[in-house]
Design a protein around this ligand. Structure first.
Ligand SMILES: [Ca+2]
Ligand SMILES: [Ca+2]
Length: 386
């Protein structure tokens, strides 16, 4: 029995994992695990088995909550955490429904946009194909009401390979309580619907959308949880399950309305969605225009700077020219000053200039400037000699 249990669940989980596994699912799994830990701890405390509760390990899981008594968990604390965990799980489901609705509207939007690109004949063909696929998808064996005797018996017979005559709810529960914690959690419940979902969805078919299959799985689980989980802790205990198997709905269920029988969104929602998309597109276009404007402005400023730079260079050149024109009247040897501007021995010359000018005016030689290194001392001496 263990083998059947493990093998089957592994197969079912594997099946699920091949399809849409969002980050949301991962978070939800963690939350379910936390919830399970909490409920176990609560049971232990209430059953007087306080020692079994590893407070430190529990605290570690909830260290983000700082309002707690830091040393121990009381039943009240646990109740509060259980409530918060179930609330989170509810929100995950809500978010998933919202995501799904958007997905469906986007799919419809893309279809409409594609139709716009076709000519009349192609469009007619495409529309016909669309209707045909819709019909093909809706054509499937009858789906059992989730959580009903018929549905569970089919799992018992076809997935577990057991004799339908032997069907026993308690055995069924233990068989599908995969982690053996005494509860059906969300994943364990969802795994029960694989058989039903396979009647409607085949990944090999163009008309069957696996994203829709996961939405149908979610709907089924929500429905069963709602019917069976009487204390609303989002876990189905064996007692809750056994009570449910005695109800009229379990034995004589209504038919199940599948996902495709109802459109996921209203016409009004679709209209708003398309308006929103159009608005987004418009915003993006506006942003592109603004960016182009900014770019043009930057280019204009760059041009201006370049023009100013050229102007400055011209002014600077003119100043040099004027400088050169003025210098020959004052300096007897302007060529010498400019001919070798990089000569290290010419560099200090500017500092000597007034002196040189004086010397020039006095008619004294200035040859010392053109002398090789080590020699310029000599003319100095010569100047001093007369
Ligand atoms: Ca379980
Ligand atoms: Ca419950």
């Amino acid at each position: 029995m263990e083998d059947i249990k493990e093998g089957k669940l592994a197969k079912e989980l594997d099946f699920v994992s091949h399809h849409v596994r969002t980050k949301l699912d991962e978070l939800k799994r963690q939350e379910v695990n936390r919830l399970r830990t909490l409920i176990k701890a609560k049971q232990d405390i209430e059953g007087g088995n306080d020692i079994a509760v590893d407070h430190q390990a529990l605290l570690k899981q909830f260290e983000y909550l700082n309002h707690m008594n830091p040393h121990t968990f009381e039943v009240d604390d646990l109740d509060r955490l259980i409530k918060s965990a179930t609330k989170d799980l509810e929100n995950y489901d809500k978010e998933r429904h919202e995501e799904f609705k958007k997905y469906e509207m986007m799919k419809e939007h893309d279809r409409r946009e594609h139709l716009k690109t076709l000519d009349d004949e192609e469009r007619k063909k495409e529309e016909e194909h669309y209707e045909e696929m819709k019909k093909k998808h809706a054509d499937h064996p009858k789906v059992n009401h989730p959580g009903s005797q018929n549905q569970l018996k089919e799992v018992w017979e076809e997935a577990d390979g057991l004799d339908p005559e032997d069907f026993d709810p308690k055995t069924f529960f233990n068989l599908h309580d995969a982690n053996g914690d005494g509860f059906f959690d969300e994943q364990e419940l969802e795994a029960l619907f694989t058989k039903e979902l396979e009647k409607i969805y085949d990944p090999a078919n163009e008309e069957d959308d696996m994203v829709e299959m996961e939405e149908e799985r979610l709907r089924m689980r929500e429905h069963v949880m709602n019917e069976v989980d009487s204390n609303k802790d989002r876990l189905v205990s064996l007692d809750e399950f056994l009570v449910a198997t005695k109800k009229k709905e379990f034995l004589e269920p209504d038919s199940w309305e599948t996902l495709e029988q109802n459109q996921a969104y209203t016409d009004e929602e679709m209209r708003e969605f398309e308006e929103h998309l159009a608005q987004q597109e418009q915003d993006l276009n506006q942003k592109a225009v603004d960016l182009q404007k900014q770019r043009d402005e930057l280019e204009r400023q760059q041009d201006q700077l370049n023009a100013q730079k050229i102007e400055l260079q011209q002014v600077s050149r003119k100043i040099h020219q004027v400088d050169n024109q003025v210098h020959p009247e004052q300096d007897a040897h302007p060529q010498e000053n400019h001919a070798a501007p990089h000569d290290p021995h010419n560099t200090p010359q500017e500092h000597h200039e007034p002196q040189n000018q004086n010397l020039a005016q006095q008619g004294l030689p200035q040859v010392h400037q053109d002398l090789p290194p080590g020699h310029h001392e000599i003319p100095q001496d010569q100047h001093n000699l007369p």
